[in-house]
Design a protein around this ligand. Structure first.
Ligand SMILES: Cc1ncc(COP(=O)(O)O)c(C=O)c1O
Length: 472
């Protein structure tokens, strides 16, 4: 049984020790080479982290840098979409390479959301029917990441899930959280910055070649580290983090490892047990192919027991339905597991939607989706590099994801680029209905099950037109 509301739920580290307050502290952590690594934990690499250069350039790849297995000649043709226009109308509209920004609805997912709207329009659906869809979504997502439904809370979005964890930790002044801030989405930086008022230090690790380097994350940890957090795939430049390496180090130090998985979920495999992840958050509004306003928070049961949510309402406490309106005292047991993080009613339309989209994903199968998306991304990446465009060097190795970025990280703001060639290319692609984004100076393309080699060909052909105009 968890802590009781109203009972003394004092945090583990609530008192004792010197009162060291570090208001507004942001520590740029640069000293990693002097911190010894445990033998055998990670291979020591030649790391050189410059001080506080938030947008360190990733090197430009050349074809020589690309490993041979990523050459298009070796990639089997993927002309067939794993789900086509009969399911995804967006395919008819143009070349949709923007799942990293926004979901694309399938007909069956739209139908599921409509079913809920009909339920409330015609007073058809009972509470039980609604709950079936919520539980269905919870179960299917749990299966997707290799855990049990009891470990999953329904949340509103990534931010809510991250904040739920950040505010549930029994912080003491002087504790710290380790993250590679310049590669995280702002929604996984601001919750930690906000803890400065409690004296919590944000320990910032520099990226290495545009990637989150596990050894650097580990080296930044010390005895006061409570949380290490990172994106499973960064929103730019779109590299995959070695979650297992970071997770292993966290587990051995009893540090909570929290993953923002929104850029992976539904496209790349996630394995919370295998990667020693303690908490993981995603929204349903990208690769999970659901709607906005809904997400999932996984919390490992052993950690849930140690966390005290900042918010509390009926879904988070042990109260049988027949006692719902009997609440007179405050001595109510909090639910065991992740469900203690659920707050009030959920977004039912979104739960119906993601219940349906998770069925679609499981019918096709995550291994097939991952292989498909990675192969298409690999072919586009190599094709872009062949035309002399800058592609992050690390994207040709194990950190490759379904996201392809072109340009220099930081050569522009959140949604623009200062590179005139990329501006022209982006305009040209948009004029030909290639839906893509610009992030932090880079052009960004992302693949999912409804894409095919035809989409890759289209982008490469349009790119060739712009590049050859420049050359002429
Ligand atoms: C890595 C990452 N985290 C979080 C978000 C969004 O967070 P939220 O679901 O809270 O809007 C995005 C994209 O929008 C993202 O790319």
């Amino acid at each position: 049984m968890g802590p009781r509301v109203g009972a003394d739920a004092s945090p583990r580290h609530a008192s004792g020790g010197p009162e060291r307050r570090i208001y507004g502290s942001i520590i740029w952590y640069t000293d990693i080479l002097t911190t010894p690594l445990e033998s055998g934990e990670f291979p020591r690499r030649g790391l050189a982290l410059p001080r506080a250069s938030a947008n360190k350039e990733a090197p430009i790849s050349s074809l020589a840098a690309a490993s041979p297995q990523h050459h298009p000649a070796d990639t089997p043709a993927r002309r067939v979409r794993l789900a086509g226009s009969d399911e995804f109308p967006v395919v008819e509209r143009g070349t949709y390479l923007n799942i990293c920004e926004s979901t694309a609805l399938s007909r069956r997912v739209r139908g599921a959301a409509d079913e809920f709207l009909d339920h409330v329009m015609y007073a058809r659906g009972t509470r039980d029917v609604r709950q079936q869809h919520v539980d269905g979504a919870r179960h299917k997502f749990a299966r997707l990441i290799g855990t049990d439904a009891a470990d999953i809370a329904i949340v509103k979005n990534v931010s809510e899930g991250l904040n739920a964890v950040a505010t549930a930790i029994p912080w003491r002044a002087g504790d710290n959280v380790v993250l590679c801030a310049s590669l995280e989405h702002p929604n996984n930086v601001l919750p930690w910055l906000h803890l400065a008022r409690l004296g919590v230090e944000m320990r910032i690790v520099e990226p290495v070649e545009g990637a989150i380097e596990p050894a650097a994350m580990v080296a930044a940890m010390d005895g006061r580290t409570r949380v290490v957090t990172c994106a499973s795939v960064t929103f730019a430049p779109g590299l995959r983090a070695d979650l297992g390496a970071i997770g292993r180090a966290c587990r051995s130090r009893d540090v909570l490892f929290l993953v923002d998985a929104v850029q992976s979920a539904g496209i790349l495999s996630l394995d919370v047990a295998g990667d020693h992840i303690d908490a993981l958050v995603t929204s349903t509004a990208k690769g999970l192919l659901g709607l906005y306003g809904c997400g999932f928070l996984y919390c490992r049961p052993e950690w849930a027991e140690r966390l005290t949510p900042a918010y509390l309402s009926r879904p988070a406490v042990e109260l049988p339905p027949e006692r719902y309106s009997e609440m007179t005292g405050l001595d109510v047991p909090m639910r065991a597991g992740a469900r203690r993080f659920e707050v009030g009613s959920v977004d039912y339309a979104s739960c119906y939607a993601v219940d349906a989209s998770l069925s679609l994903l499981s019918e096709i199968g995550m291994p097939a989706i991952e292989t498909h998306a990675l192969a298409l991304a690999g072919r586009l990446r190599t094709g872009m590099a062949e035309m002399g465009l800058a592609v992050p060097h690390r994207a040709f190795g194990p950190e490759a994801s379904h996201i392809v970025t072109v340009g220099q990280l930081g050569a522009g703001g959140h949604g623009n680029t200062t590179d005139p060639l990329l501006v022209r290319l982006s305009d040209h692609l948009a004029a030909h209905d290639v839906v893509h984004t610009i992030r932090r100076g880079m052009l960004r393309f992302a693949f999912h099950l409804f894409n095919s080699d035809d989409d890759v060909d289209r982008v490469l052909e349009l790119t060739r037109e712009v590049v050859s105009r420049k050359a002429a």
